[in-house]
Design a protein around this ligand. Structure first.
Ligand SMILES: Cc1ncc(COP(=O)(O)O)c(C=O)c1O
Length: 378
């Protein structure tokens, strides 16, 4: 038999081993998706497009109206990208891959703030680039600038940003983003900015785009999507935008890889971006859950957790329990019937567990009560 692509063996399986659906008696703190249905107006918009027969090939980067709508949405986050330089991709995940394919060559090194969402590591290895995991500060999960500077070599080509962050829940402060841009300018790096959680911020400052700072606009590739803020995970819709040169490269990748996202989803994606009350309601609900789960987790014996600043994750330091994170996750499942993600599935995540609070208030209270009872009886 011929051999497989050499890179395949280097790619891990992310959270898969700890995501398999357990029995109904288990409380799941693992799933990173909103527990809301997609807003009805969005669903109706897709249905109407199907009824109009919008099922044929169309403009590969996305309809002009959709690219305009994304450009207008990004402007609300102080990101200026001309709609010609926006491409709509099948999910933010694929948009991240496009950004990497458009900017990286094999053996290029990319800085990841660790622990990082595992798909970045997998994608980089898939295209032959090299992820360099640089731990964030252990007390608040914000960037460690000395460590980042020390990790830069002549092969470093890009830095991957994700704020609000999965898995840490951190939202980087404007002055930190400014410093990250200065670092990228100094070492001539691309910045790939994954803003998928930008509408879910609980800190008293918002999501900050690197494009706002001197030298940031030309070197930032902004990626995001509808999955988290609009409860549209299964729709597989994401955006990517940047300078004209980057956008032209991304258009080539997209035309070669996907042609375009489903034609009848395009009007629905526009409808989603026009919503305000529905998205605000979902964000408010996650914020409330954050307050509740943080107070409960903070009281657990052996657990240290900084207050999550955005997204819907709390990253808990469990080292004081004396267990490894894998042991903690396995025992929590078996003995407390609570499923969570052990941090060492991500490089730099050893000694942490990730809790997703995108579940009902009832599950939050009962799940943490079970953890509390289990930990108190150890
Ligand atoms: C940081 C981050 N980026 C991207 C994605 C994927 O988004 P999408 O569903 O749009 O592909 C996720 C999903 O968990 C994520 O956590």
């Amino acid at each position: 038999m011929p051999e497989l692509n050499d890179n395949i063996n280097k790619v891990g399986t992310g959270f898969a081993a700890f995501l398999s659906p357990p029995g109904p008696e288990v409380i799941r703190f693992t799933v990173g998706q909103p527990d809301f249905a997609t807003p009805t107006k969005v669903v109706d918009s897709a249905k109407a497009a199907l009824d109009r027969g919008e099922t044929a090939y169309t403009r590969t980067q996305g309809s002009p109206e959709l690219c305009d709508a994304v450009s207008t949405h990004l402007a609300k986050h102080s990101i200026e990208i001309d709609s010609n330089n926006i491409v709509v991709a099948p999910g933010c995940k694929q948009a991240v891959l496009y950004a990497m394919m458009a900017t990286l060559n094999p053996d290029d090194e990319v800085l990841l703030l660790a622990p990082a969402w595992p798909s970045y590591d997998g994608m980089l290895k898939l295209i032959g680039a090299v992820p360099i995991h640089v731990p964030v500060k252990r007390d608040d999960y914000h960037p460690d600038f000395a460590a980042l500077e020390a990790a830069i070599t002549s092969k470093t080509k890009a830095i991957m940003l994700n704020s609000p962050n999965n898995p840490t829940g951190a939202v980087y402060r404007p002055e930190e983003i400014e410093r990250l841009v200065a670092l990228a300018v100094k070492h001539d790096l691309w910045i790939i900015d994954d803003m998928i959680y930008a509408t879910l911020v609980w800190a008293d400052y918002g999501y900050t785009s690197p494009t706002q700072f001197a030298g940031g606009k030309e070197r930032t590739i902004t990626v995001g999507g509808w999955s988290k803020g609009w409860a549209m995970t299964g729709w597989r819709l994401g955006w990517i935008g940047g300078s004209e040169a980057v956008a032209n490269a991304v258009k080539k990748v997209n035309a070669s890889a996907a042609t375009h996202v489903a034609t009848f989803l395009m009007p629905a994606a526009i409808t989603a971006l026009s919503l305000e009350a529905e998205t605000q309601m979902m964000a408010d609900s996650f914020k409330e859950r954050c307050e509740v789960i943080y107070q409960l987790l903070d009281d657990l014996p052996g657990i240290t957790v900084p207050k999550p600043e955005g997204a819907f994750y709390a990253l808990c330091d469990i080292t004081a329990t004396g267990m490894t994170d894998i042991e903690f996750a396995n025992r929590a499942l078996e003995e407390a019937q609570v499923q969570l993600i052990p941090g060492s599935l991500m490089e730099g995540g050893e000694g942490f567990v990730r809790i997703s609070y995108a579940t009902s208030m009832e599950n939050i209270r009962e799940g943490v009560r079970r953890l509390s009872e289990w930990l108190s009886n150890l």
